[in-house]
Write a protein that binds this ligand. Structure first.
Ligand code: SAM
Ligand code: ASE
Length: 346
């Protein structure tokens, strides 16, 4: 319900209308390296020095810096000689490339790929399907052929998706006590941030990342050091190839890519391969049962419409998929962050 104040002056609508302007200011500052420069410099810098070091125009840079101050992504100190800019704590921690919690690659994936896909949001709603043909001229029906339309695009996707686990990974892996499970397969494990989280938290497990051959190749080359003896790889297509036996299968952000029938097909295969007493751990962003929120999950579900064949689901919907595949005793743990965990047992 709108309050009277909102009806006299629709502040909330103005904020929504400007939402993507805010995103783009943050993306541009990240992409130009504003936060990296200010972190390295250790002292506040004038717009003139920042523009020189970044090789950008002075008047464009001044406006970008001031907008970042408005967004609390930068601080400003006004002296007689002029304005001096510095990072805020949150930008230092999350927006610089070198920080262990950096969201830089995630933001770049939003700015360079998701933003373009959302240009066709209206068409996606009209047609009920992703817009790869319109956006990129790709006529293939294979979602991951479209998402991985070039090696460069695949690497951007892998970096982008990996980044969120530096802020939510520990919570989803620690949501259940996974110590009884020693042989773990991370199906569609991608760049391996969750596999790393798993081996660092549980001393006795080994984790095998099961993914498409070209993804495994990049994961080995760019993400997982060969010294990491407890992480292994298995190249395959989880819809077509056999899934090896294990105690636990992690499916993080996998089911949300697919329609119900494909989810059940995959889960049945996993259920058959699973050792008795074993289980499956789903990691997804969960909608409320009545789909009234959380807003992030609702927006991500729209993104699944634009980019994939899937959607975000409620705990009950995941429970139905697991039950249809033969899993029992499903249990859900909310983490309070973006991603939650559901454990199903064989
Ligand atoms: N689990 C990772 C995470 O949450 O960060 C990556 C999730 S990503 C949305 C989906 C992953 O599934 C990608 O790594 C993709 O390559 C993999 N994938 C998609 N189709 C696959 C298939 N048919 N067989 C194996 N892996 C597949
Ligand atoms: C997928 C996950 C993502 C497929 C495409 C995707 C993400 C972005 N694009 O399985 C990560 C989640 N973020 C959003 C906005 O959905």
């Amino acid at each position: 319900m709108s309050s009277t104040e909102d009806l006299e002056y629709p502040h909330i609508l103005i904020q929504y209308q400007n939402g993507f302007l805010i995103s783009k200011v943050m993306f541009a500052a990240c992409e130009l390296g504003v936060f990296d420069l200010l972190k390295e410099s250790k002292e506040n810098l004038s717009s003139k020095v920042i523009a020189e070091r970044l090789g950008t125009s002075l008047h464009g840079t001044e406006r970008l810096l001031d907008a970042c101050v408005g967004l609390k992504l930068l601080s400003v100190e006004v002296k007689e000689e002029g304005a001096f800019y510095g990072n805020t704590e949150i930008s230092n921690l999350y927006l610089t490339k070198s920080s262990p919690k950096s969201q830089y690659h995630n933001l770049m994936y939003y700015s360079k790929t998701i933003y373009l896909c959302w240009h066709y949001l209206t068409d996606a709603v009209r047609e009920g399907k992703n817009q790869y043909e319109r956006a990129f001229g790709i006529s293939s029906n294979d979602v991951f052929e479209a998402l991985y339309r070039s090696e460069e695009e695949m690497i951007k996707f892998m970096y982008g998706l990996n980044a969120v686990w530096s802020i939510c990974g520990r919570d989803v892996i620690a949501a259940f006590d996974l110590s009884p499970f020693t042989t773990i397969y991370d199906l569609g494990g991608g760049a391996g941030a969750l596999a790393q989280e798993c081996v660092s938290l549980y001393a006795d497990c080994t984790v095998t990342i099961f993914d498409l051959p070209k993804v495994v190749e990049i994961a080995k080359k760019h993400f997982i050091s060969p010294e990491e003896r407890r992480i292994m790889f298995y190249e395959g297509d989880f819809f077509k190839d056999p899934v090896p036996e294990a105690d636990l299968y992690i499916l993080a952000r996998i089911l949300h890519d697919w329609a119900d029938e494909k989810c059940v097909q995959l889960l049945r295969k996993v259920q058959k391969a699973c050792k008795s007493g074993g289980g499956v751990l789903l990691i997804e962003t969960l909608l409320n049962e009545d789909k009234s929120g959380p807003l992030e999950s609702q927006l991500y579900s729209m993104n699944m419409l634009v980019q994939t064949e899937g959607k975000e689901r409620t705990p009950k919907e995941y429970n139905q998929l697991l039950t249809a595949a033969g899993f029992k005793e499903t249990e859900i743990k909310k983490t309070g962050k973006l991603y939650d965990a559901i454990l199903g047992r064989k």
